[in-house]
Design a protein around this ligand. Structure first.
Ligand code: MN
Length: 762
């Protein structure tokens, strides 16, 4: 009925020390059990399959065996830094995943996770051999690995961002990545010192909190203890040595407490189990530093867990324990009625134990215990076997869904990182609505954050709050247990200063979004108005020019992308309406600016305009070879200018082509389109879009609907989840081209559309 789990890290350390004395053999600590393995011991396919079958009895073990053989063959001849055959690593990762209760696809992906990156294997091949699920997980894990960045911060932010994205797709991707990291941490001894430090810090900063957020408690603790060992070797040694020396005393105390608890369970006919353990090394260290207490005086280093059958028994046990031992005030936490963000549920209390020692007792049901032990894996084991688990179905991952939603808004990786840190690391406080429901916020959050948590509209019109019945400014930080009532006013709107008040990334991103859209909408409207007014003064109908596409012609003149950008720039005063209209008129009537045609043969005096090739008319010139410039690819309707080349005839550029400025002005010649030709003209369009399934299909459809042929297409995907699509198409004229571009801009996930070959680098 009871079981004593002793601090495994301490034992492992002890063994490590003694084994190092005898022979400097490489030893590996199993991340989960803490047992020492000789480095040469690679988990076998049988061992992995045995673990897998224990948790998932109907798993496809044959597939896992094939994956094992495949990975062994693929990594054959490769060695780890430890000198072990490479298969040691993926096999250990797979073993951990099987041990944790993950399914055969996760386990197979664990075996195969380094094949695509480090061997000749491809995702397609894995797909064919092991199915789509396994291939997708390996693909996700590989993508997290192979990105390269300029700075470490950037790399970290992007890595995490990729992981968050992959989580929404399939939770098993970050889980395999965590298992990978866990094994790498347990063999970190073989890395160089600076690498040990960097990897440990990254693990402590990112991977452990992530594991925590996914409810993978064991992962979290092991990752923390392993990182702690490298980051603070002295403190780690002090604690583990102390634990080793005091183990006997602690062990006695543990059995004594267990006996007592079992006694009251029998007496009160409550069925269940009791465990006792010495706390995790890193958590002892944190308590030591927080309480500024030396180890010898630390008394709450042991913890007990009581697992009972139902909710009623949880509270009954709590009452009985509090009768038996005096509770330490302020240490009771009810995570059953207020679960943690990762779904964790339990009752926590600290009491003065039989020898006056502070001991922590956790009380929970079997189901809660499963969730606490296995996190997402628990969900896996019971509900969603055999298909990709996305976050959408799990209410405890609301924070992740929020994060997903926001990351679309936040293109800056630093900003994203700071939101993420806020979400992953901050302590939580719980506050109440006037109706008594509980809301969770990070420590330091204000009433304004609370308002946005209730609803964006409540946030947008928030003027203040009643905290526990007392009127307070909305910048007041909230405390645990506060009852908050938001006061709104329809005439109140978000202000830029609000960004300094809010602490949650949700509120921040909503405010930013509001400011961006509101300001832009206002600026566009104002810009339109200003252009119309200025146009009237110059006898030019600006709204009409906006409609028929002429105004569009001036947009690239100011290095802008859309007409709305132009309006917004006028509206915010970055451009004067006069300058815009003057420039436009210059393009529409370029005759004054373009020098008269130079004296060049053959000229036939008195000759009327002659239609030359390809729909271009050149006054005074006939029989001239016409080329269209490849740089700007003019189409009918564009304002064009000719350049008299040496030996290649007249080259026609658009009037605003940047190359024209560098041409000898005396060789420029005015040319016009004639309207008789209606053959298609080549044009180039560059689109920047989010990598989303179906985006290309939507774009292609838009081209078809606009009667535009696609001649060539080139796609480059970048690490930030965006792709550059470069299309060579055929259009009738400029109006046709610009109309098509407008349709493209309206497609969801299309970020920017530009004429020509653009790089979007700026
Ligand atoms: Mn790996």
């Amino acid at each position: 009925m009871s079981q004593v789990i002793l601090n495994s890290a301490a034992e492992a350390e002890k063994q490590a020390v003694s084994s190092q004395e005898n022979a400097p053999v490489k030893m590996v600590i199993s991340p989960i059990t803490g047992e020492m393995h000789k480095a040469a011991k690679v988990p076998t396919a049988d061992e992995i399959v045995e673990q897998l079958a224990m948790h998932c009895p109907d798993a496809d073990t044959d597939m896992v065996r094939r994956a094992y053989d495949y990975a062994s063959a693929a990594h054959a001849g490769q060695l780890r830094l430890s000198g072990d055959p490479y298969i040691m690593h993926p096999a250990s990762v797979a073993y951990t995943l099987a041990e944790m209760g993950f399914d055969e696809h996760s386990v197979a992906a664990g075996l195969l996770h380094d094949t695509v990156e480090d061997t000749d294997s491809s995702i397609d091949e894995l797909d064919e051999l092991f199915g789509e699920q396994v291939a997708d997980i390996v693909d996700g894990v590989t993508k997290i690995n192979i990105m390269t960045f300029d700075t470490k911060e950037e790399a970290q932010a992007e890595n995490i961002r990729k992981m968050i994205l992959s989580m929404a797709h399939d939770i098993r991707v970050p889980v395999v990545k965590l298992a990978d990291r866990l094994h790498n941490m347990s063999t970190l001894d073989f890395q160089k010192l600076h690498k040990q430090q960097r990897i440990s810090k990254e693990t402590m900063d990112i991977y452990a909190p992530l594991a925590n957020r996914l409810g993978l408690h064991q992962f979290k603790q092991k990752l923390e203890d392993l990182s702690f060992r490298y980051l603070q070797p002295d403190a780690y040694a002090e604690i583990t040595n102390w634990l080793t020396e005091n183990q006997i005393v602690e062990r006695k105390l543990i059995s004594k407490v267990i006996d007592k608890i079992e006694g009251i369970m029998i007496e009160n006919r409550i069925n269940g189990r009791v465990f006792g353990r010495i706390k995790q090394t890193y958590s002892i260290y944190r308590k030591m530093t927080a309480q500024k207490t030396p180890l010898d005086e630390m008394h709450d280093i042991i913890a007990f867990r009581v697992i009972v059958q139902d909710l009623r028994d949880c509270y009954a046990m709590l009452g009985l324990v509090h009768v038996l031992w005096k509770p330490v005030s302020g240490r009771f936490k009810d995570y059953i009625s207020m679960p943690k963000a990762n779904g964790y549920q339990s009752l926590h209390t600290t009491v003065m134990g039989p020898e006056g020692e502070r001991i922590e007792i956790q009380i929970r049901t079997e189901e809660m215990n499963n969730m606490a032990e296995h996190g997402v894996a628990a969900h896996w084991m019971y509900k969603e076997r055999n298909h990709a688990i996305s976050m959408q179905d799990m209410p405890q991952f609301q924070w992740l869904r929020d994060l997903m939603e926001r990351q679309r808004d936040e293109t800056d990786s630093k900003e994203f990182m700071s939101s993420l840190r806020m979400d992953l690391f901050n302590d939580e406080i719980y506050v109440f609505t006037p109706q008594g429901s509980v809301k969770q916020l990070p420590k330091g959050a204000t009433s304004l954050d609370f308002a946005f948590l209730i609803h964006s509209d409540v946030g947008f019109h928030c003027v203040g709050a009643k905290i526990n019945g007392k009127l307070e400014p909305f910048a007041t930080p909230l405390k645990n247990g506060d009852m908050v009532e938001i006061i709104t006013d329809k005439n109140r709107h978000p202000h830029r200063d609000w960004l300094k008040i809010v602490k949650t990334s949700k509120a921040r991103s909503r405010i930013q979004h509001y400011l961006r859209t509101e300001e832009r909408v206002a600026a566009i409207a104002l810009g339109k108005e200003l252009l119309e007014k200025e146009g009237r003064r110059m006898d030019f109908n600006a709204p009409k020019a906006a409609k028929d596409g002429r105004l569009q012609l001036v947009v690239p003149e100011f290095s802008l992308n859309t007409l709305d950008d132009l309006f917004a720039n006028v509206g915010t005063g970055k451009l004067t309406p006069k300058k815009v209209l003057q420039r436009l008129l210059g393009i529409l009537n370029p005759k004054q600016e373009v020098p008269e045609e130079p004296a060049i043969t053959p000229i036939k005096a008195g000759e009327t305009s002659k239609k030359a090739a390809d729909g271009i008319t050149i006054k005074g010139i006939e029989d001239t070879l016409i080329h269209f410039a490849k740089c700007c690819k003019p189409v009918p309707g564009d304002q064009v200018v000719g350049f008299i080349s040496r030996g290649r005839g007249v080259i026609v550029h658009t009037a605003n082509c940047p190359h024209v400025q560098n041409l000898e002005s005396e060789r420029l010649i005015s040319v016009n389109w004639n309207n008789e030709e209606s053959k298609p003209f080549p044009a180039e369009i560059t689109i920047l879009g989010h990598n989303e399934k179906g985006l290309l299909a939507k774009i292609s459809l838009a081209f078809v609907q606009q009667d535009v042929n696609i001649d060539a297409l080139e796609i480059t995907s970048s690490v930030d989840g965006r792709s550059h699509m470069h299309f060579t198409v055929e259009v009738r004229d400029a109006a046709h081209l610009y109309k098509t571009m407008d349709k493209l801009r309206a497609i969801e996930h299309v970020l920017e559309v530009r004429r020509g070959l653009s790089s979007f680098d700026e």
